[in-house]
Design a protein around this ligand. Structure first.
Ligand SMILES: [Zn+2]
Length: 674
């Protein structure tokens, strides 16, 4: 292997990764060389006999590790979006190496001594605000990574980090395997009664792909609830589907979760915190465990009360089918019935108005034009990470180029569940790089020759993920550390949630929601009824989310040394103690497949979604009531908030847009909790 395409910067526009050249075998050697290169770059910083300066220490550190950044950005997406056995192996090999690499830098005493000296002298350095923030953030990151601990404690810390990294990868790979294995197989189309013809054909097609030709396979989504539960009229099939979903991964991942929570508590104690949650939130906008617990506790009671009201409505309809008590596998099905009866909304009737291509171009892109003046040109000659993925060049209102956006919208067996954004190239004035961002979704592939018709939730997801993409595209910072979405975790969902508002803005909706065959616009009263019906589902949505959040919180507020015997029992007790146990509404994720908190960096961070939603609801109200044009509001939001990334304090960016600190009123109202 003479030519590893990661070894040199990509020659392509925007340094788009040279996917046509990249082979699976390139990743591991590129990681190894990337880490070695960065350590050499850091040795060059610390070996110098010159006195530390901002330039020769902090800026040099920011410039280091570019090969590692290149390969890591590509690999992280690839191993999630189109994985193979070999990539799974590479991931398992690399994640402990990366954890050790992180420690090698952050526990480097010579490097820390230089940063500390500069930090102590910061008042006299005459740094510009972003540079000063870089110094402060780096110093904090070193201290939080254990730079001030003694040698024995640092050695233990390295062990903990290595084991946690390895366990996180195993956890994720177990979830993937368990989710595939738990797919529901039925022998006859009759058992799938209630699903659309297209969905039944899709299940038959899916079976063929999975080598079960002649049968029908419903593959599972990552969440507890499965979309088909809303339509399947055979109660026993619903029961089997949900049971398969809820039981996923328990045997393998229950013990892993216990071990990981224990190791995290031990690490927090080493670093001087009473729990992992306390350690995590100290560096988030929330600040303290009490602040988070306070918000969650305030929401539980009204949310449960809402869910009870919804349950009573469902029970009335279900009684006609001889069902005495609504079970978890009945909830979505009768919700749909209530929606149809009380709001005359049929979710399936909406789909023909939400054709993927139109939603993307006439909805998502159109909204970005209204608010920010952007335009998009597809660049089919540019190769992305998978043949399904499409590359668009993004242009400013004045015609200047901004970056690349890659959309990979369809589900496939090699892609993990859910939807997410990745940055393949992060913007930075220092490196001169411009952004290449990517959205992954899991929209089921339509039968051959059929259009992809989206559900209401899939449309929302498309707008949501594009909000993250904009955050990356608009990044206008000097230092790579601050680029785009590199904000605190409990802030990062805020811009993406705000972008969801465009989905139902009348001028946007009218532009994209058109019948795929007749071109007829989605009737306005249907939208009104759908929006009203959304209010109806808030009890369910809030409870399932809060249950998952409080479960995360229970695992990660454990003090060091607390023994958990069984993950399932722990989960049950945690939900009961938090007052959120509601048998008909399982948590959005149960412990054994809660990837956010055991493998993707959201440990003690799942609260972030509702924490961000406070800012989101408040900002949406600001957009609606500030008296400015949509374009002017968009420009202000972009300049003061999206463009800043983490280069200034995120809550100050919020204040710069809205003019005051965030208020919870709009969120409580939106969720029917006021
Ligand atoms: Zn998001």
């Amino acid at each position: 292997m003479t030519e590893n395409p990661f070894f040199t910067p990509s020659p392509l526009v925007y340094q788009l990764p040279p996917y046509a050249e990249i082979r699976q075998e390139h990743y591991l050697p590129a990681y190894e060389r990337g880490m070695a290169e960065q350590l050499a770059e850091i040795a060059a910083i610390t070996d110098t006999h010159s006195i530390p300066t901002f330039e020769n220490t902090l800026v040099a550190l920011e410039r280091s590790g570019q090969l590692l950044s290149r390969v890591d950005a590509v690999f992280r997406n690839q191993s999630s979006s189109d994985t193979t056995e070999l990539l799974d192996e590479v991931e398992a090999t690399v994640s402990p190496l990366l954890a050790a690499h992180h420690d090698a830098i952050h526990l480097d005493q010579k490097l820390f001594a230089r940063i500390e000296a500069l930090y102590e002298a910061r008042a006299g350095l005459e740094l510009d605000p972003e540079s000063l923030r870089l110094l402060e953030r780096r110093y904090t990151a070193f201290v939080r990574s254990g730079a001030r601990l003694g040698a024995a404690e640092q050695a233990r810390l390295r062990e903990l980090n290595a084991e946690l990294a390895a366990l996180g990868t195993t956890f994720q790979q177990n979830v993937n395997a368990a989710t595939r294995a738990a797919a529901l197989v039925v022998d006859s189309a009759e058992e799938l009664a209630g699903l659309s013809e297209g969905a039944i054909a899709g299940a038959a097609e899916n079976a063929k792909v999975l080598g079960r030709g002649g049968a029908y396979v419903l593959s599972l989504k990552s969440t507890s609830g499965q979309p088909e539960l809303a339509q399947l009229s055979d109660r026993s099939v619903r029961e089997r589907l949900l049971a398969a979903s809820l039981a996923r991964g328990g045997e393998a991942n229950g013990p892993l979760a216990i071990r990981m929570a224990g190791l995290r508590a031990e690490r927090a104690a080493l670093l001087g915190f009473p729990s992992h949650a306390a350690y995590v939130v100290a560096d988030e906008t929330a600040g303290t465990v009490e602040a988070v617990s306070g918000l969650l506790t305030r929401l539980v009671e009204p949310a449960v009360a809402n869910a009870r009201r919804e349950a009573a409505e469902l029970a009335e309809v279900a009684a006609a089918d001889g069902i005495e008590e609504i079970a978890a596998h009945d909830w979505a099905y009768y919700s749909e019935k209530v929606r149809q009866a009380s709001y005359q909304v049929d979710a399936a009737a909406l789909r023909p108005y939400f054709e993927l291509e139109r939603v993307l171009k006439d909805g998502v892109f159109f909204a970005a034009k209204l608010a920010y003046g952007l335009s998009f040109t597809e660049r089919p000659e540019l190769t992305a990470h998978h043949p399904d993925a499409r590359v668009f060049e993004v242009f400013e209102e004045d015609g200047g180029s901004l970056g690349l956006f890659i959309g990979d919208f369809h589900a496939r067996a090699s892609k993990r569940g859910g939807a997410w954004m990745d940055e393949l190239v992060g913007q930075s004035g220092l490196t001169g790089l411009r952004p290449v961002v990517l959205n992954n979704l899991n929209i089921p592939r339509p039968a051959p020759g059929e259009p992809a018709l989206l559900s209401w939730d899939e449309v929302r997801t498309l707008f949501h993920e594009f909000g993250h993409a904009l955050h990356g595209l608009f990044s206008d910072v000097t230092y790579p550390l601050f680029a785009g979405t590199a904000v605190p975790r409990d802030f990062v969902e805020f811009p993406s949630q705000v972008n969801e508002m465009w989905m139902v803005r009348p001028e946007v909706l009218a532009n994209y929601a058109r019948h795929h065959e007749t071109g007829e616009p989605l009737p306005a009263e249907l939208v009104e009824r759908m929006t009203a019906a959304e209010g109806f589902g808030q009890g369910f949505r809030t409870v399932e989310y809060l249950a998952a959040t409080l479960l995360d919180w229970a695992w990660h507020t454990l003090p060091q040394g607390h023994e958990v015997a069984d993950a399932g029992e722990f989960e049950e007790r945690a939900l009961a103690e938090a007052g959120i146990a509601f048998p008909a509404i399982p948590p959005r994720y149960r412990t054994p497949y809660f990837q956010h908190i055991f493998s993707s960096g959201y440990s003690a961070g799942y609260y972030a979604y509702i924490w961000s939603e406070v800012l989101d609801a408040d900002t949406v109200r600001w957009f609606e009531t500030n008296g400015k044009s949509v374009r002017d509001s968009g420009e202000l939001f972009r300049r003061e908030l999206l463009a800043r990334g983490n280069s200034s304090d995120p809550l100050e960016s919020f204040r710069a847009v809205v003019g005051r600190a965030p208020e919870t009123g709009p969120l409580l109202e939106r969720r029917g909790l006021a």
